[in-house]
Design a protein. Structure first.
Lengths: 161, 403
């Protein structure tokens, strides 16, 4: 198994744009987004700052292995609810459910969700969520993304979560 | 480009040409296309653990398998963006084509409760496994508009004859108007106009030019055939509302679709081009093959052999997704171009259709040979997989519902 070529961005004099256009192989730009505001995101901060955003989450039993999308269950929920569910899962091992303060509705929704899908037994995956739609009412979330290092001036509008 | 925000994700990547990696279902928008992952030591493969702050460049069409290492209860967050690629226009045509086929043949999203959630006694697997339940279906006008627009954007970049450009412009102008309508209800049925436009396109090309335009651009031909097939399908079920496709398409209906005059005409032309005989063909000969049984059968005889031989060898490699350890994100997907395989697909369609017609199977027979079709088509990628999906939806018996 080959290791992927890695470029330490601060030490890389050529712009990433050139790497992208020249490359037919994958590569890693190590630390390329260390300046992003999104780097400060956590379950706590996402629930606090953007908790009202709606996301679609795919769930299935961990023991079921890999499944097609159609073999999973989909639940629409607030980002705060999803974060709270994830924290419930983390709490099962770390014993730390504290931190963040989702609203009562989100907390009860997460509790209800966990009853149906126990975090220790289920996988939850929210993919291809169009950030422009998810964060339509939270422009600061979009501004936390900055793809300009690729040579394309782009924030979170053309990005998926 | 994938930017890792929180947590760690382990990526395994394999180039598009990796041996043993074949898509197992319709590459329909954002649905994953699963395959057995090759050995970790497979040539050309690569692996990396993305740390927070890292960005990974995934070249177009590379297979990838992503997992969240460490504790099963951990989480990871990443964001993606897609950069433009020179061959995007062509790929959009293929995607629009798949959407047109799938959307025409599936009413809504056939999606029952997953087997693991269906409780005791659930014997059938869910029928919707081949389309992502989060996908929205489009009405016919939307699908056709998208296909025509994609075709136009693609063709107008290439060097095409003036008549083709003009025809496409007119069509696209019409499609753009339709696409601009505020609601699906406000859009009109332009089936007849589309029919006429396709007919005009065919006339303006003249069949000798098929070799230089249509046959060299497999997608256009396939689009024409698909559109025609869809129209034939609609005519085959007159009680069906214009915007509503039947829940399940009967095999007979599908046979009628692909054996419709234009469909067979295009298929015959493609077979001719594929065998390298297009230069010597006159209009009349190809027309004759399209409309008469005898010529088409003889032509397809050789195609049966070449298509069947190649695909049967590969069938064993075409497998379901392997079992994993259930990490939060673990899949292999791919979107790639389809050049040679599109021709093989059309051969396979013709083979299956003509074989079925020759055998004169009763309408209710399952003997169109799902395995035959799959055998004939599993070397292909997009449209053929839509057909596999179609047959999956028709043959929903346990164990036959995914390939």
């Amino acid at each position: 198994m080959t290791l992927i070529r890695t470029i330490d961005v601060p030490l890389c004099s050529s712009p990433a744009e050139a790497w992208i256009s020249d490359s037919s192989e994958p590569f890693v730009l190590r630390g390329a987004i260390r300046h992003w505001k999104a780097r400060a995101w956590s379950l706590t901060s996402l629930a606090r700052d953007f908790g009202a955003a709606k996301v679609c989450v795919r769930l299935h039993p961990r023991a079921a292995g890999e499944l097609y999308e159609g073999e999973c269950v989909y639940e629409s929920m607030t980002l705060a609810c999803f974060c709270a569910w994830l924290r419930l899962g983390a709490a099962a091992t770390a014993g730390d459910a504290a931190g963040g303060a989702p609203g009562d509705d989100d907390a009860s929704a997460a509790t209800s969700l966990a009853e149906r899908y126990p975090p220790e037994a289920f996988v939850a995956y929210s993919d291809y969520q169009d950030m422009a739609a998810v964060f339509a009412d939270a422009p600061s979330a979009l501004a936390s993304i900055d793809w300009s290092f690729t040579g394309v001036a782009r924030s979170g509008e053309h990005t998926t979560l | 480009m994938v930017a890792q925000i929180c947590g760690v994700k382990r990526w395994r990547l394999h180039p598009p040409s990796s041996a043993g990696l074949w898509p197992s279902r319709v590459p329909y928008e954002e649905s994953s296309v699963f395959a057995d992952a090759p050995d970790a030591d497979a040539p050309g493969g690569a692996t990396v653990e993305l740390q927070p702050g890292d960005v990974l460049f995934v070249p177009k069409h590379w297979w990838h398998r992503v997992s969240t290492p460490g504790t099963a209860r951990g989480y990871a967050l990443s964001v993606n963006t897609w950069l433009e690629s020179p061959d995007d226009d062509e790929d959009r045509v293929r995607e629009a084509l798949v959407r047109a086929v799938v959307g025409a043949l599936v009413s809504g999203l056939i999606w029952d409760a997953p087997s693991w959630a269906a409780g005791e006694g659930a014997s059938e697997r869910p029928r919707g496994g081949w389309i992502n339940p989060t996908e929205t279906t489009w009405c016919r006008s939307e699908r056709l508009s998208a296909l025509l627009l994609a075709l136009a954007q693609w063709l107008c970049q290439a060097e095409v004859e003036a008549e083709v450009e003009e025809a496409v412009e007119v069509t696209v102008g019409r499609a753009a108007v339709l696409a601009g309508r505020p609601t699906p209800e406000a859009r009109v049925d332009f089936t007849d106009e589309l029919d006429a436009r396709l007919g005009a396109l065919k006339t303006s090309l003249q069949w000798p030019a098929v070799a230089s335009v249509v046959c060299s651009d497999i997608c256009l031909a396939a689009a024409a055939m698909t559109l025609r097939a869809r129209l034939a399908l609609r005519r085959a079920t007159p009680e069906t509302a214009p915007e509503t496709a039947p829940d399940a398409v009967s095999e007979l209906a599908w046979v009628e679709c692909v054996s419709a005059p234009l469909g067979r005409l295009v298929t015959a032309a493609l077979l001719t081009a594929h065998e390298g005989e297009s230069d010597g063909e006159s209009d009349g000969e190809i027309e004759g093959k399209g409309e008469g049984e005898g010529g088409g059968e003889g032509r397809s005889g050789s195609a049966i052999k070449s298509g069947g031989d190649g695909t049967s060898e590969r069938r064993g490699e075409h497998m379901h997704a392997g079992r994993g350890d259930g990490t939060a994100e673990r899949q292999t997907k791919r979107r790639r171009s389809h050049d040679d395989h599109s021709a093989e697909l059309l051969e396979g369609m013709a083979v299956a259709t003509l074989r079925e017609l020759q055998q004169s199977c009763p309408p209710d027979s399952a003997a169109i040979g799902v395995r035959d079709v799959v055998d004939a088509m599993c070397t292909g990628r997009a449209l053929e997989l839509a057909l596999v999906g179609l047959f999956n939806s028709v043959h929903s018996a346990p164990g036959r519902n995914t390939f």
